[in-house]
Design a protein around this ligand. Structure first.
Ligand SMILES: Cc1cc2nc3c(=O)[nH]c(=O)nc-3n(C[C@H](O)[C@H](O)[C@H](O)COP(=O)(O)OP(=O)(O)OC[C@H]3O[C@@H](n4cnc5c(N)ncnc54)[C@H](O)[C@@H]3O)c2cc1C
Length: 427
């Protein structure tokens, strides 16, 4: 699903960067030019390290330039469940890291003058089923009592119109910390910031092979050149190819699709989402949506289809979903349709760590990486620069390929079928 995204169409002029030719040397080579890679480079440059970023396509080509631009806190699962599994202190650090990730995006934008239409008015999770409100309530109480976080409120159906002008949902959870932005403008601005700090980015430069020389330097080969580096970071997430088999077989790529309407009137958008929050609902096969700076509705959902006809149907279904939520949009023309790959892990948590040969990695933000990938880049940079100071609650040790990984497409298909069944018939 490589058609032009609304973000690409509205990002403004794009600087093109050269491909790597010949040999180059650096302290840290970063493979992947999305939020994770650019943020790793940005933070390392600030710490005085010389970095090179290799991007197979162009900056933001992967999920970072295609996502819904919703900056959200938390993970898949409640903090209470993580406290039970991982211990309270780890869960607390995880929660703080996710809150800090949104601040980090905002700070980087402000410090570097990145105009990425960032709106920080909170996020809202509307309840698809009435039982989901109980879940929200329990979560809210846990966060307030145990983690001293008091910025979540729950509203019932009768108050919904102050947040969303739809009868589709039973109520909602609101988190005042959330935000949304133009993801590709941020990626491009971050790339400029990297270069302003002295970092180098090569586009159309796929890393195809990594080897170690006798002095333990890594030699990374692209079709036309090589980089010789002390450290290597691979942050290719759901776009991982055959460069490293362990990483490729540890990430589960799941397609997500988006549509964007033509620009609509300020009055209509104000009526639909009065507080201009980022929205992602509580369906298993969720809908996520928000206003854009030019008053479009950007609306996303789940999807994976082979062939033109099936893809058309998928986008038509998503449009139908949008009109079911907001019948007011029945005449709105859909101007853009696009999709991308979301990286999932087996336990639905992001992984940040090192392979046995010392290569650093971060991936698997499970659809919540717009802010977290930027934070992962900072954690990677700190791990490389000052490992003794890092308290990484998402540290992944002994990464092993997922058994039967080649069957993941079937597995995801089955899982989606089950999730759709749960949405329809479950509690
Ligand atoms: C449609 C969609 C909607 C989403 N919506 C949201 C949202 O609203 N909120 C949210 O929090 N998250 C969302 N996400 C998830 C979020 O976008 C990702 O978690 C995040 O962007 C991951 O960033 P990344 O840098 O790790 O990976 P990516 O941005 O995918 O970057 C990986 C890069 O690696 C490059 N690459 C691959 N192999 C090589 C190689 N061998 N050599 C060089 N380069 C290589 C790729 O070309 C790619 O550019 C969404 C994702 C999608 C697809």
């Amino acid at each position: 699903m490589d058609s032009l995204s609304m973000w690409e169409a509205t990002a403004g002029e794009r600087k093109s960067r050269p491909a790597l030719v010949d040999d180059k040397h650096c302290d840290v080579l970063i493979i992947g030019g999305g939020f994770s890679g650019l943020s790793t480079s940005y933070h390392l440059q600030k710490m005085g390290h010389k970095t090179i970023v290799l991007e197979k396509n162009t900056v933001g080509y992967g999920a970072s330039g295609r996502n819904g631009g919703e900056l959200l806190s938390g993970y898949h699962g409640t903090m209470e469940s993580f406290a039970q599994k991982k211990g309270f202190e780890t869960a607390k650090t995880m929660w703080e890291l996710s809150l800090d990730s949104i601040d980090l995006v905002e700070n980087i934008s402000n410090e570097n003058g990145i105009s990425c239409d960032l709106v920080r008015k909170g996020d809202i999770r509307p309840a698809y089923k009435i039982s989901h409100l109980d879940r929200f309530k329990r979560d809210q109480e846990y966060l307030a009592e145990k983690l001293n976080f008091h910025e979540i409120s729950i509203i019932g159906r009768s108050e919904m119109k102050t947040e969303l002008n739809t009868d589709f949902y039973h109520g909602a959870r609101i988190n005042e910390r959330g935000a949304h932005f133009h993801p590709l403008k941020f990626a491009l601005g971050l790339a400029d910031a990297v270069e302003n700090l002295g970092g180098t980015i090569f586009e159309n430069s796929e890393a195809v092979h990594i080897q170690k020389d006798s002095a333990s330097k890594a030699i990374v080969t692209t079709p036309k050149g090589r980089v010789i580096a002390d450290e290597v970071v691979i942050v290719t997430n759901a776009y991982a190819g055959n460069l490293n088999k362990t990483l490729k077989k540890s990430v589960i790529p799941v397609e997500s699709i988006m549509i964007a309407t033509e620009p609509l009137t300020e009055e209509l958008m104000q009526d639909l989402i009065p507080k201009n929050r980022a929205v992602s609902d509580s369906k298993n096969l969720l809908y996520y949506f928000r206003r854009t700076a030019d008053n479009r509705m950007a609306f996303g959902g789940s999807g994976r289809a082979f062939g033109k006809k099936a893809q058309r149907m998928l986008f038509d279904n998503l449009r139908e979903g949008m009109v079911t939520v907001f019948p007011q949009l029945k005449d709105a023309r859909v101007e853009y349709r696009w999709g991308g790959k979301v990286g999932f892990t087996q336990d639905f948590l992001p992984y940040i760590g090192q392979l046995e040969d010392g290569t650093h990695f971060a991936f698997g933000y499970c659809g919540k990486g717009a802010a977290m990938a930027v934070m992962a880049g900072k954690v990677l940079a700190e791990t490389i620069s000052h490992p003794e100071r890092v308290n990484n609650p998402l540290k992944k040790e002994n990464l092993r390929p997922i058994p039967f990984h080649s069957q993941h497409a079937k597995g995801v298909g089955l899982m989606k079928f089950y999730m759709a069944f749960q949405d329809k018939y479950g509690k």
